[in-house]
Design a protein around this ligand. Structure first.
Ligand code: GTP
Length: 410
């Protein structure tokens, strides 16, 4: 039989079955399965101590996550990761929410270690999923408690100046592993004018360092406009509160000050509602998808390559991914080289300064010794002169004495 294709029946030929077949229930089947299984959603909150991480989580999910506060301990020797899981229910849908908070972030002397620990935690969750996949032999494990991080809320301290070097370093370590959404913490402490400048400086630094933050997807027509508009507003300026204040006839989440009230859910006061809409209501599924199909996939491929497996089914993708990783690796090497060069230049500069200092010290020592020797020489010259005079005086006296006693000496 010839393998040549004689006729192609394209997908554009609508056919109507004469009766109900049943595939219209497919969306319902999907919804039922998802409803039954529930969803996992895992949020990693990174930010300096006391920047408002847990207050924001309480505000976002309209509850009080007691355990986070009671389990808290403070250690400045290394960054801690406080991890708690809760099951939230809303209209028969259950959400297994895992909140991971950094503790003592940025309080250490060796700040670089903080980033490594967080990065390792993220990798550990990928590894756990990979091992489960390999053990079961199937992909997309629906029954497994998925602990991979779907969203990383990165709290930038409200300095009003610029983003800190530690934040850039940490984002750089994580941006290909998690969906980073940058936030300005405690935005009520910055004036409106300062806030705009601060936002653009943060984004400028992020872009200049080639850090890929999460962008709300603009390819879905339904949400494209709102997502695009919100991408423009990043980083979101956030205010959180556990207090309720009476505004008009309503009790609303707000922070009360002697001069007025900052309402958490008022779009004119801060970007809290935008964050909640973007994170939970509009893009939660995209965050989960991107984590699985992009962040985890990159990790999985790298690990499979390390283990010596070749994923034949995705060879072209692998090539693209390999090229991308290679480019990233070259870039990393280039930066490392620059770092080493800078470090070396710094060392040379320090050594040079040290040598100059030593030379100066030697010169000073030499001058001092020279001065001392000259002083000693002066004293010696003086003593010699005195001695010469004494010898002359003695010789004169001797001659006089000899002259006086010449007859006796004969
Ligand atoms: P650690 O877990 O210890 O790092 O703290 P955290 O980052 O979870 O901060 P937390 O939510 O405990 O808030 C610390 C303090 O900041 C509390 O007194 C909060 O009331 C206050 N706070 C939280 N959010 C805001 C905010 O948006 N603006 C202002 N001004 N204060 C806030």
């Amino acid at each position: 039989m010839s393998s040549e294709v004689k006729r192609v029946l394209g997908p554009d030929r609508p056919l109507k079955p004469s009766g109900t077949v049943g595939f219209s229930s497919l969306p319902d089947q999907l919804v039922n399965r998802c409803t039954e299984n529930g969803f996992d959603f895992n949020v990693l909150c990174i930010g300096e101590t006391g920047c408002g991480k847990s207050t924001l989580m309480d505000s976002l999910f309209k509850t009080e996550f007691e355990d986070i506060k009671s389990k808290r301990h403070s250690s400045t020797s290394k960054v801690g990761l406080d991890c708690s899981t809760y099951v939230l229910k809303e209209s028969q849908i259950s959400l297994r929410l895992t909140l991971v908070h950094t503790e003592s972030f940025g309080d250490q002397i060796n700040k670089g270690e903080s980033c490594e620990q967080i990065s390792k935690y993220v990798d550990d969750q990928f590894e756990r999923y990979l091992q489960a996949e390999m053990a079961s032999g199937i992909r997309n494990l629906h029954g497994l408690h998925d602990t991979r991080i779907h969203a990383c809320l990165y709290f930038v301290s409200p300095t009003g100046h610029s983003i800190k070097a530690l934040d850039l370093k940490c984002m750089e370590a994580l941006h290909r592993k998690v969906n980073i959404i940058p936030l300005i913490a405690k935005a009520d402490t910055i004036s409106i004018d300062e806030l705009q400048g601060f936002k653009s400086r943060i984004m400028g630094e992020i872009n200049a360092n080639n850090i890929e933050i999460y962008h709300f997807p603009a390819d879905d027509k339904v949400v494209s406009a709102v997502n695009k508009a919100n991408n423009e507003r990043l980083p979101f300026a956030i205010v959180g509160s556990r207090e309720k204040v009476k505004v008009g006839n309503e009790h609303v989440r707000a922070r009360q000050y002697p001069w007025g009230v900052v309402q958490v859910e008022n779009e004119n006061h801060c970007d809290f509602t935008r964050l909640r809409d973007m994170l939970i209501r509009t893009n939660m599924d995209d965050l989960r998808e991107k984590t699985h199909h992009y962040c985890y996939e990159m990790y999985r491929r790298r690990r499979l390559q390390e283990m010596g497996y070749i994923d034949v089914s995705n060879l072209s993708d692998m090539k693209a991914s390999y090229e991308k990783e290679r480019a990233a690796m070259i870039e990393t090497f280039r930066r490392k080289e620059e770092e080493i060069r800078d470090h070396y230049m710094q060392l040379v500069k320090e050594k040079d300064e040290e040598l100059k200092r030593k030379e100066q010290d030697l010169l000073k020592g030499f001058e001092k010794t020279k001065k001392e020797r000259s002083e000693e020489k002066k004293i010696l010259d003086k003593q010699r002169k005195t001695l010469d005079e004494e010898i002359t005086a003695f010789s004169r006296k001797r001659q006089e004495w000899e002259a006086q006693h010449a007859d006796r000496l004969k």
